[in-house]
Design a protein around this ligand. Sequence first.
Ligand code: MSP
Length: 641
Amino acid sequence: MSKPFYITTPLYYVNDEPHIGHAYTTVLADVLARYHRLFGDDVHFLTGTDEHGQKVDASARKLGRTPQEHCDITTQAFIDVWTKLGIDYSDFIRTTQPRHKKVVTEILQQIYDQGDIYQKEYEGWYSVFEEQFFTEKDLVDGKDPIGHRPVELIKETNYFFKMSKYQDWLLKHYETNPDAIVPSFRRNEVLGFLREPLNDLCISRPKSRLSWGIEIPWDSDYVTYVWFDALLNYYSATVSPPEGMSVNWPAQYHLIGKDILTTHAVYWPTMLKAAGLEPPERILAHGWWMSKDATKMSKSTGNVIKPLDMADKYGTDPFRYYVMRDMVVGQDANFSEEHVVKRLNSDLANDLGNLLNRITKLLTQHFDGIIPEVVWDEEDPLIELSRATTHKVKQLIEDIQIHAAIEETLQFVRAINRDITEAAPWTTVKTDKEQAGRDLARAAESLRIAAILLNPIMPKMIPEVLTRLGLDGFHSRTWDDVDWSDILAGKKAVHGDPLFPRHRKPGDQEEKNKPKSEPKKKNKAEKAKPEADDSQISFEQFKQVDLRTAVVLEAEPIEDTDKLMKLKIDLGSEQRQLVAGIKQHYTVEEIIGKTIIVVANLQPAKIRGVKSQGMLLAVHDGDELRLLTPSAPVSPGKRVS
Ligand code: MSP
């Protein structure tokens, strides 16, 4: 029987527009859900919106809407963003749905009947923003301890849940289940909190102050506190899931941000315990996306990245790739557009996209696109590496180390690229076509496996990668499909425009338009140096020449010239175009795949109207010209010294 994998995101407040924080948790849940579907688990993925409370009520009034109308409109904004970002949720719950309200009402009544809810007069500091009461000692400089916003002293009679009654049980639960909260430093935070006296929880609001909520079943003067209402969604969604689906409590994973840890790790399990239900198996608290100046991105600080702006600019799958690759789950990360471009150019354009292009181009050029049938050599390092990679990726995903699982897969992609470079099928095809075909088939099969491993991250683009390898998109549903196979034999590969184009650095355009700086005048110290022999240079001067290894990716003779060829080279961190006078000495096939040495910091120039960003090193011997190349394989971008 397949393992249950019920995963949830927080329910997002509808008075906020969807932003990077919401998008991150939801993409993370989607990625985990997709990997676990691939592992063959029985996945149920729940997300939704948190619609009651004072803030929603106030926003609706301001806009002249009823709260329900307001919620219907704002919830749609979340649904639209999730559709655009390729979020494949099983269920979308709204706290205003009757299926949810019914469960909240029943559980409240049950807990009240068993004597775990009582009424008392209470005075406390209330934050409208957090919709929470704080005690005097919770406050920091007279403000709420979470968002540092104003609080007001409110005295009113309310209903209280006997949370303190379940404190010892909860402490023991976390002590005996070390994995119940991850990362472990968050668990320690909660343990520390639970070792202090725990207050009871105020679970009602008088209607005279706030009416937009679920009515307390035994007292129509009150509505339910938003958190007591919203947290129950995770359970109420299991009571009435969408038609044709079934899901059992408890959840395997609640994904949350670190700011809502106490509500999830303290309030929620005690509520469940009182209701006679199991606690969730695991709570995972992730960090925050911060802006470059290390402040949290949020609506109130005005530095929000709207996920759709970035997704529109760079594509939704590349956006998913960036947020999964650049955040270590649990820790904070800085979001910057520059980082986005760097990451997409290096991993997607240079590594993955380049590999796909090389394979499909050579297959179509020399084999009519047909992937040769090959008898595999079980000792093949690519086969061994593919097995090691799939094994590690599964382990890392189970440990929620998404960034590391991606890196593991990309290391594999880089190894396939290196393998092709060394095998040089563009050369061997002329003397040993069978060998060239075998090397391309090995590379294609390796890429197929890497692509399936990346599908949960980029579920729209990876099917296209697989289609270009002659398959019917992402046909794979089981983990067996990531094993080395013969599935590509005889399939027809298709070459097309690059799927993962390079992006320009933000602000690059402006840089180019800047006037060139004046040549530097010698300063006094330099002038004072003894004049050197004109033919000699100092070591400092030599060090200024940035010599690097590069791999030739593409070559094309420049028409109407005798000598010139246009090359596209891989410099490790970027791709560039060079113009070189090698046309009479090398054919296109001979030069593609060669590792050459280039001067990487030469000012760009135009040669016969064609841009050249660097110069390659070669040596003339009589009529012959020979390129300088390393004597053994070297990765692109390495400094030559
Ligand atoms: N409605 C409550 C949750 C109720 S769950 C029963 C809520 N909603 S929220 O819309 O304010 O926030 C939802 C999530 O977004 C939280 O997990 C929060 O951590 C996350 N983020 C908000 N800003 C964030 C970043 N800048 N970075 C990462 N996530 C952050 O809280």
